[in-house]
Design a protein around this ligand. Structure first.
Ligand code: ARG
Length: 577
């Protein structure tokens, strides 16, 4: 997807189009408008274009300038420098007129992404009968932000929560519960039961055998075993549902299509792979081999589709899922938000699906990997006792800390209001801390920093948004939020207006790279730019009515842009804090 929205509803996109039109047709060159320190924008790629056209670069730049000058209403200045660089400065009036037009539009003038289609987005994916842990936070919030941003861009997003709800562990669990009458009525006790049954499985070969027979019974659809399994699945799903509700993510029951859904298709998947020769039998297992995928000893590492005991591996359901997502759901793109350690698995699954013809060339498939969450010691985040940190405990703590921060700022809040805002701010802080880190990097989980009022935090952005609303609440009742293009902008106003113009480009960059932190960076810059503006440009006490109107317009557009961006990250943007 190109880096700018297709609709010319921003000054940036309008100019970009004008440059395209001003250039003679040249193959393989696509000059891009970039923000610059020397002027507002700089045109990149004219040198390459001149080369492709066999033209003199300075002359080409002059020619583009001459064409652009017919748009002098938007451009205040242009300059050819060096061997063929082109620097452009926008007219204040154009920035103001655009700001006014965007404020009047529901989408703030941001167009749809070109080439929108169907994306099947696999995210969250917790495992049944286990607690959700901090690793699930990453997949859940990154996936959810991508779902929102791609949908806003016009993509039809089909969410898939690939629950780990199938496998030999259910044999142990059900058998143990049956034999020892343990309850496992909620997820915490299921999680404990899971661990005990595993220990039993390893220590007692006879129990292990009975557990294995349970797996067979489950596979064969034995009614009491299936009922026991269903009860465990339902209990876990209720629990995940509650976490999703607290996290305010889009995932719904209909999106939960776990590994068990693909179970009836696995025999067929294997038969097809074997018949086409994509998979071969090796030491009793059904395997797919790849050039250049070797273990440290130099032996090939296969993708195991069916184990030698006849059980299907994790790969089999992923292959069935690819087939279904393309053939039945009509996917143009498959995305998997899963931690980086599974990179090889997805590489092998995609390659196998290509060879099998389930993933045609026009459909793209990508692993969207993310780094680990680390504890204060820089090692994988664990409790003091060395156990996994429960996600729900982190949510509670984040909300408690947010409540303390808010109570200090607004001591007179009613308890219900405090609770509501603490949830918005605490959950927002957690999400923002996760999303604002470059996706593939590990990050240290530090709640104190996450709820800090200063620095690049969710709380800072939410307060910036609320502060603008408190200015707007004091605006005169007849404020029209209309531009007065005849009034020149101050440097702080210009910077803010230029940055407001870049929201669509930031969203397009996220859609293209699948990196939500690019939107975080943009919103943080916007909030910082707003506070510089507010420091230099009094709004309500502006020197004259026209200046005040311009500033109010910029305030309102900043608030709307922040609210849009926070919403697309899955965060609340309360008007009062
Ligand atoms: N449930 C798996 C885990 O916890 C992640 C599943 C990822 N998605 C997929 N389609 N394989 O490791």
């Amino acid at each position: 997807m190109p880096a700018v929205p297709s609709l010319a509803a921003t000054v940036h996109a309008g100019l970009q189009q004008a440059i395209g039109a001003a250039l003679p047709d040249a193959p393989d060159c696509d000059p891009q408008l970039r923000r610059s320190d020397r002027a507002d924008f700089q045109v990149n790629g004219l040198l390459a274009a001149a080369k492709a056209l066999g033209a003199n670069p300075r002359e080409l730049a002059e020619r583009v300038c001459a064409e652009l000058s017919s748009r002098s209403a938007e451009l205040a200045g242009w300059e050819v420098s060096g061997p063929g660089f082109l620097n452009l400065t926008l007219a204040d009036s154009a920035l103001l007129a655009q700001a006014e037009a965007r404020l009047a539009d529901d989408r703030l003038g941001i167009g749809q992404l070109p080439g929108a289609g169907v994306t099947v987005l696999d995210y969250s994916q917790p495992n049944i009968a286990k607690e959700m842990h901090v690793g699930h936070l990453r997949s859940t919030v990154i996936g959810d932000a991508l779902a929102r941003i791609l949908s806003f861009g016009g993509e039809r997003v089909v969410r898939r929560n690939h629950l780990g709800d199938w496998g030999t562990q259910f044999g142990m669990l059900i058998e143990y519960r049956d034999e020892f009458g343990a309850d496992g009525a909620d997820v915490a006790s299921l999680d404990a039961l899971y661990k005990t049954s595993r220990r039993h499985f390893e220590a007692d070969p006879e129990f292990a055998e009975r557990a294995r027979r349970r797996v067979v019974a489950l596979q064969a659809g034995d009614p009491p075993t299936v009922a026991a399994w269903q009860q465990i699945v339902d209990e876990s799903k209720r629990y995940f549902e509650a976490v999703y509700q607290r996290l305010d993510v889009l995932l719904e029951d209909a999106d939960a299509v776990g590994e068990s859904h693909y179970n009836p298709m696995l025999a067929d998947v294997c038969a097809e792979l074997e018949a086409s020769g994509v998979a071969v039998r090796s030491q009793g297992a059904l395997c797919v081999f790849f050039d250049g995928i070797l273990n440290p000893d130099g032996d090939p590492v296969p993708l195991i589709v069916r184990k030698k005991d006849g059980g299907y591996g994790y790969a089999a359901s992923d292959l069935a899922a690819v087939r279904e997502r393309v053939a039945t759901l009509g996917a143009d793109r498959l995305l998997y938000v899963v931690d980086s350690r599974q990179a090889l698995h997805f590489r092998m699954v995609f390659e196998t699906a290509r060879r099998a013809g389930w993933l045609p060339p026009e459909v793209t498939a990508a692993h969207v990997p993310f780094g680990m969450v680390l504890g204060p010691d820089g090692r994988p985040f664990k409790t003091r006792a060395g156990g996994t940190v429960r996600l729900v405990d982190l949510l509670d703590e984040a909300v408690d800390r947010a409540a303390a921060v808010i109570a200090e700022k607004s001591p007179d809040l009613a308890p219900e209001q405090l609770a509501e805002r603490a949830a918005q701010v605490g959950i927002g802080a957690l999400k923002y801390a996760d999303l604002s880190n470059a996706r593939t990097r590990d990050y240290v989980f530090d709640l104190a920093r996450m709820v800090s009022l200063t620095g690049d935090t969710g709380v800072y952005l939410q307060y910036a948004h609320a502060r603008i609303h408190s200015i707007l609440r004091k605006a005169p009742a007849d404020a029209g939020y209309l531009a007065h293009p005849e009034v020149a902008l101050t440097p702080a106003e210009r910077s803010l207006a230029l940055l407001l113009d870049e929201c669509g480009a930031a969203l397009a960059a996220v859609a293209e790279s699948r990196e939500p932190h690019r939107l975080c960076t943009y919103l943080y810059q916007l909030a910082v730019s707003f506070s510089a503006f507010y420091e230099h440009a009094p709004v309500l006490k502006a020197p004259d009515a026209a200046t005040r109107e311009n500033r109010l317009l910029l305030c309102r557009l900043t608030a709307r842009t922040l609210a849009l961006g926070l919403g697309l990250l899955g965060m609340a943007a309360p008007e009062q804090l």
